[in-house]
Design a protein around this ligand. Structure first.
Ligand code: C6P
Length: 394
């Protein structure tokens, strides 16, 4: 699908889109055009260039908002999912927390959705509770229901696991949490760009994602937050652009979402992200989802047949990622051998150490898909793996 739009794919087989996706030339050229023709700071100058840059920046917000079906004043630009979750932890969650309160996360979270909450617990005396995952890699929904109590102040969970590929039924889970008055943050790093995301339909209070995992540039991401939540939140960082008026005695804050965007933003990144959104809209998210689903089924069927290969988890619904071990071969050796054959995969703990510990594997190899992959990419991988297994047989 649209493979020729991605210049770097000519270099080899790229199966590491869970880490970051390759960029289509439309995004690359849009960023180039911004620096050639529109570059100026935003929200500051009255001259034409600045007006152009400001219009492009704010248009990007509307484009992103439309893509996830949010309102533009509910879209905060950040550096990525990690910063989005930190913003929510400091500005939304911290003022709510008191000693003994609880934050729920799951056993399949990326470190970005663990550590900010741990630090928040240290600062406030709140406690982090972890919803178990079964061996297949599905969330234990019954345990989750039992763990949501009057002490729970927030539930934060991933939409799609970057290791297991588990697609969590987040809409149902959000509804259950809301029935108990618990707000929910969704880590959508692996979901946006892979599956259609409608924040209104999900009824998510917060939804965090990264531009670079959805064919946009690095260094730009989004925290979507419901207006009623954002309006009550204090700023995250402070400085220029997030203020209305500053005196040495007192500062008043800007409107949402600008209140949460201190300093000169990543203007080119934002504009590049909007171009990535247009690219995805042009292709159609339903089509992307169906295509990747078919490819994942193919990858599963091919890899399952390889002797000595063990796939971690078999979730009810899987998308994007497939992580495995292969006999006695060390995952870094596997990734290195594959790299020698021009096949890019990720090896290691995938920034999800608690999950890896649960499966008793300190490291594993992961293939992750993008819309540009095809069956031939999977074939190359599937043909290389038995050779590697033989080479590293102990
Ligand atoms: N996962 C991976 O190879 P940032 O780095 O802020 O753009 O995204 C962090 C993040 C948060 N949640 C999930 C579920 C993620 O997968 C990631 C990033 C990459 O799996 C890099 S560690």
């Amino acid at each position: 699908m649209n493979r020729e739009d991605f210049p770097l794919l000519a270099e080899g087989v790229y199966l590491d889109s869970g880490a970051t996706t390759q960029k289509p030339y439309q995004v690359i050229e849009r960023i180039d055009r911004f620096y050639r023709n529109e570059n100026a700071n935003v929200h500051r100058g009255v001259y034409e260039l600045s007006a152009k840059a400001t219009a492009a920046y704010e248009d990007a917000r509307e484009t992103v908002a439309r893509f996830i079906n949010g309102n533009s004043d509910e879209v905060i630009f950040t550096r990525g999912t990690t910063e989005s979750i930190n913003l929510a932890a400091f500005s939304f969650a911290e003022p709510l927390m008191k000693e003994g309160d609880e934050i729920l996360i799951t056993h399949m979270e990326h470190h970005a959705n663990i550590v900010p909450w741990q630090l928040l617990c240290e600062r406030t005396g709140a406690r982090l509770k972890v919803i178990p995952v079964d061996r297949e890699g599905n969330l234990d929904r019954k345990a989750l229901r039992g763990m949501m109590t009057e002490k729970t102040k927030l539930l934060s969970l991933t939409h799609i696991s970057n290791v297991l590929g588990t697609v969590n039924p987040v809409k149902e889970i959000i509804a259950e949490a809301h029935d108990r008055g618990i707000p929910v943050l969704i880590d959508g790093a692996q979901a946006v760009g892979r599956t259609p995301v409608d924040v209104k339909d999900l009824d998510a209070d917060f939804y965090a994602f990264s531009g670079h995992k959805m064919y946009g540039p690095t260094g730009i991401g989004v925290l979507y937050g419901k207006k009623k939540r954002l309006e009550r939140m204090r700023p995250y960082q402070s400085g220029g652009d997030m203020i209305l008026r500053v005196t040495f005695e007192k500062t008043t804050w800007n409107e949402i979402p600008h209140r949460f965007e201190a300093g000169t933003p990543n203007i080119a990144g934002t504009i590049g992200l909007a171009e990535a959104v247009r690219y995805l809209e042009g292709t159609g998210m339903k089509k992307v989802e169906a295509y990747e689903e078919e490819l994942m089924d193919y990858a599963l069927a091919r890899l399952e047949k390889i002797d000595g290969l063990e796939i971690i988890g078999s979730p009810a619904k899987r998308s994007g990622a497939l992580t495995f071990t292969l006999g006695d071969a060390h995952p870094h050796d596997i990734a290195h051998e594959l790299a020698m054959k021009n096949i890019a995969v990720r090896a290691g703990h995938h920034c999800a150490q608690p999950l890896m510990n649960y499966y008793n594997v300190p490291a594993a190899t992961r293939l992750s898909l993008g819309l540009y992959n095809n069956k031939q990419d999977i074939d190359f991988l599937a043909e290389a793996l038995p050779e590697i297994r033989e080479k590293f047989k102990l």
